[in-house]
Write a protein that binds this ligand. Structure first.
Ligand code: MRU
Length: 369
């Protein structure tokens, strides 16, 4: 997507040296646009763990490039297989909820396992990292096409009045390689001239909504309003939300959806107010093994400091302040699971389907048991 008129992806190989991965360090957005260079597996693991990069698709792409860096490092050690497995474990341990992480690592291990010789393994790792990133961007583009039909239909019913979409967290291009999942239909609608307005949940504690989604919508010229996290239910009761559109970090093949903490409450409010609740995802975010999302999806718990503090920009620098009493404990659950019965539909690169096993496997028959 464009930043100040220049096209950027979230992660790419340095044009002059393909042993260096470049990525947008999202910790400083929207105040500073910083490109970081990563040259080691340890560096990539830190970038994922500390959330320089975040969001399901981008975590997958970063892991893909991380495994390429692992191949380069392993080739220099003389014990390729052992080093590669160690690097895979290091990357796997960074964040637990987004399934794209393990998916990309396994894909790289499989690809390298099928080729002989260290040079060939490095070459295939490079090719696979590029393929993972390209597919992510292309799948999100197609999600935009399929989701556009949904927004177009609502716009038709509203007779030219703006379509109000509520979104949670950041499932925008910053959470993928390009386009985003939940934002792709919004960008497609805006680009097609449909009137669309987005309610942006701020998404405490890290504020991916107010910092990242608001920034990228603004860069694209999409009208939007940032709201405090608990506002969505009120807006739905007043008829001011036509569609809830969110992303996901892991969706079971039966249709249970893990997404940023607070998503479940939006889904409950949407059900109570008969507002359609859609989830946009590339197939890399399906978990083809898990059946029961509530019981099986691992939910990340992060440090309590993220809840106890708020951060922002003051007088030209980044500042952090405590917002709780010093002695109070805080809990920081990163994600929740929305059961399939609350989900109106899933928007994938192959089309829109119901959030149930039969419909999902009808779109992706290669994953049928
Ligand atoms: O903790 P994050 O920022 O990596 O969380 C991911 C998210 O931004 C959301 O959960 C998003 O809605 C789904 S990821 C496309």
């Amino acid at each position: 997507m464009n930043v100040g008129g220049q096209h950027f992806r979230t992660i790419w190989l340095k044009p002059e040296d393909d042993r260096i991965v470049q990525l947008i360090d999202q910790r400083f957005l929207p105040h500073q646009f910083i490109v970081e260079e990563v040259t080691t597996v340890a560096g990539m693991a830190a970038a994922i763990r500390e959330m320089h990069v975040r969001g399901a698709g981008l975590i997958g792409a970063a892991a893909g490039y991380g495994m390429y860096l692992a191949a380069l490092e392993s080739a220099a050690t003389g014990s390729f297989e052992g080093e590669l497995q160690r690097a895979a474990a290091q990357l796997r341990a960074t964040r637990p909820t987004a399934v794209n992480l393990a998916w990309a690592i396994e894909r790289q291990l499989r690809a390298m396992g099928e080729s002989q010789g260290e040079l060939a393994k490095v070459a295939i790792a490079l090719q696979t990292a590029r393929a993972i990133a390209e597919e992510d961007a292309e799948h999100c583009r197609r999600i935009g096409e399929h989701g556009l039909d949904l927004i177009r239909e609502i716009a038709r019913r509203k007779g030219g009045q703006p379509v109000n979409v509520l979104t949670h967290c950041n499932a925008g291009w910053l959470a993928f390689v390009d386009h985003g999942s939940a934002t792709a239909p919004i960008y497609a609608a805006h680009d097609a001239g449909l009137p669309v307005h987005v309610w942006v949940d701020e998404t405490r504690p890290r504020n991916q909504g107010s910092k990242l989604t608001a920034w990228e919508l603004g860069e694209h010229g999409v009208p939007h309003t940032v709201i405090a996290d608990n506002t969505g239910g009120h807006l739905m009761q007043r008829g001011e939300v036509d569609l809830v559109l969110v992303g996901t970090d892991r969706t079971t093949y039966t249709g249970d959806v893990a997404n940023k903490i607070g998503t479940y409450l939006k889904a409950l409010a949407a059900k109570d107010n008969e507002v359609p609740f859609y989830v946009a995802l590339p197939s890399s975010s399906f978990d083809w093994k898990m059946r029961d999302g509530l019981k099986e999806i691992p939910i990340e718990e992060r440090g309590s400091d993220e809840v106890k503090h708020a951060d922002g920009w003051a007088e030209g620098r980044h500042v952090e302040v405590r917002v709780t009493p010093e002695a109070s404990d805080a809990a920081n659950y990163g994600f929740d699971v929305t059961p399939r019965r609350l989900v109106s539909g899933l928007i994938t690169e192959r089309g829109v389907c119901a959030a149930d096993e039969r419909s999902i496997l009808a779109l992706f028959p290669e994953h049928a048991p």
